[in-house]
Design a protein around this ligand. Structure first.
Ligand code: ASP
Ligand code: MG
Length: 384
C-alpha cells in the first residue's frame, strides 16, 4: 500500500491513555503502508466546551471568531499525537488545515473545501514523516481560518484521500462500524458489513451522528470507499461503497433534534431569504393559508429566533417539537411492501403521523412523538 488516511474521532483521542492506543494503531499501519496521513478531531468534548464558553460571553458570537476558536481544538490533538509518535521513534509532523494547503470558501462555521494544495504534505511524506493534519478546518481567500461544520473532520479525511489519491481511508471511532439502528437505543441492532453511499447519505441526513454527510457525498463523487472501524478493536468495520443492487431495509433512524416553526402573516420570500442568507438549513418550507411553516435543527433554534426577532419584531412565532423516523434501504420504495408494514405498525400503536416523504433510498415519517419501544418493534419486523 502506498498511502493511507487514518482519521480519529474525539472519543478516540480524549486523553493521553487513548492517544497511546491511537499511536499504536498508527504505528501498526505505518509498518504496512509507505505513507500515512492522520486526521484528528478535537479531544473528547473540547469543541462543545469551547462553544459553551463563547456563548457565555455572547449569545451570538461572530462566526469568524468561532472558527478561530474552534479550530484550536484539533491543533491540540495533532501536536500531542505528533509528540507521542516522535517519542516512540516514528517521525511525525503536525500540520494545521492551512499548513496542509486546505483552501475553503468563506462560509464561516460551514465552509466547503475548494482545493487542497498537497505540496507540503507530500514533502513531509517524502521525508518519511507521518503527517498529522488537524481535521475540520481550512483557510479562505482572505486568509481567515474557517471550519467545515460540526463533525467535519471526516470530510477533511475523505478530501485528503481524494487529493492524495490514497489507497484507503479509515474513519476510526469508538464504534466498530455502521449499525442498523443506534445500538445504544436498540440492543439487537446489527453491524453492517457494507452500506452504499446513497444509503449512508440517507442515514446521515436522518440525523444519525455517524459520519459527516459531506464526506459521504465526496466518497460517492470520487468513488473512494470509506471504511468505518473501531479504534479499540481490530474486528468489525463497515465499508461504505458504491451501490450493489438490493432492496432490503438497512437501517432505522429516529431523529429528535428537530423543531417545527410556524409564523403568521409574513411574506414567504422575505422570511425564506432571511433564513437562507444566514445559512440556516431549512427543511420543508411551505405556506398554508396565512401560515408559513418550516423545520430546523433544534441546535439552530436560538439563532433563528434571534434573526426573526431582529428582522420582523412583530411576527408571532410558534414552535412544535416533532420527531422523524427514517427507514433506509435503496429500492425499498419500489413496491409498497415495506411502507405498508411500517404504516401498519404505526397505526397499531396509535402513532400520530404528520407527514410521509419517500426518496429512492428512504421512507421518512414525521410524527409527533414515538418511543424507543416502537422503534424496536419496527427494527424487529423490518430488518432480517
Ligand atoms: N471537533 C469538531 C466537532 O466536534 C469536528 C469533528 O470532530 O469532526 O464537531
Ligand atoms: Mg465525528
Amino acid at each position: 500500500m502506498n498511502t493511507v488516511i487514518l482519521k480519529f474521532g474525539g472519543t478516540s483521542v480524549a486523553d493521553n491513555i487513548k492517544l497511546n492506543v491511537v499511536a499504536k494503531k498508527i504505528i501498526s499501519l505505518k509498518n504496512k503502508a509507505k505513507n500515512v496521513v492522520v486526521v484528528v478531531s478535537a479531544q473528547g468534548k473540547t469543541t462543545n466546551q469551547l462553544i459553551k464558553e463563547a456563548q457565555e460571553l455572547s449569545a451570538i458570537p461572530e462566526e469568524r471568531e468561532m472558527d478561530m476558536l474552534l479550530s484550536t481544538g484539533e491543533q491540540i490533538t495533532a501536536s500531542k499525537l505528533s509528540i507521542l509518535l516522535n517519542r516512540k521513534g516514528y517521525p511525525a509532523v503536525s500540520l494545521t488545515g492551512w499548513q496542509a494547503g486546505i483552501k475553503t470558501n468563506s462560509i464561516h462555521t460551514s465552509a466547503k473545501i475548494e482545493q487542497i494544495y498537497t505540496k507540503r504534505i507530500e514533502q513531509e511524506l517524502e521525508k518519511g514523516n507521518i503527517v498529522v493534519v488537524t481535521g475540520f478546518q481550512g483557510l479562505n481567500e482572505e486568509q481567515d481560518i474557517t471550519t467545515l461544520g460540526r463533525g467535519g473532520s471526516d470530510t477533511t479525511a475523505v478530501a485528503l484521500q481524494v487529493a492524495l489519491k490514497a489507497d484507503k481511508c479509515y474513519i476510526f471511532s469508538d464504534v466498530d462500524g455502521i449499525y442498523s439502528a443506534d445500538p445504544n437505543m436498540i440492543t439487537m441492532a446489527k453491524r453492517l458489513d457494507e452500506i452504499s453511499f446513497d444509503e449512508m447519505q440517507e442515514v446521515a441526513d436522518s440525523g444519525a451522528k455517524v459520519l459527516h454527510d459531506r464526506c459521504i457525498q465526496m466518497g460517492k463523487k470520487f468513488d473512494c470507499d470509506i471504511i468505518a472501524k473501531s479504534t479499540f478493536s481490530d474486528e468489525g468495520g463497515t465499508k461504505i461503497c458504491q451501490q450493489i443492487e438490493s432492496s432490503e431495509v438497512k437501517s432505522i433512524v429516529k431523529n429528535e433534534n428537530l423543531i417545527a416553526i410556524e409564523i403568521e402573516n409574513q411574506q414567504f420570500y422575505d422570511i425564506y431569504q432571511c433564513l437562507l442568507e444566514n445559512n440556516i438549513l431549512v427543511e420543508a418550507f411551505q405556506k398554508r393559508e396565512k401560515v408559513i411553516e418550516f423545520r430546523i435543527k433544534k441546535s439552530e433554534y436560538n439563532k433563528v429566533i434571534e434573526l426573526l426577532d431582529s428582522n420582523y419584531p412583530t411576527c408571532q412565532v410558534k414552535q412544535k417539537d416533532l420527531m422523524k423516523l427514517s427507514v433506509v434501504g435503496y429500492g425499498i420504495i419500489q413496491d409498497n411492501q415495506v411502507l405498508n408494514q411500517v404504516i401498519k405498525i404505526l397505526k397499531k400503536y396509535k402513532i400520530e403521523i404528520l407527514e410521509v416523504n419517500l426518496t429512492l433510498a428512504k421512507i421518512e415519517i414525521l410524527v409527533k412523538e414515538i418511543n424507543n419501544e416502537i422503534v424496536k418493534i419496527l427494527h424487529e419486523q423490518l430488518i432480517k
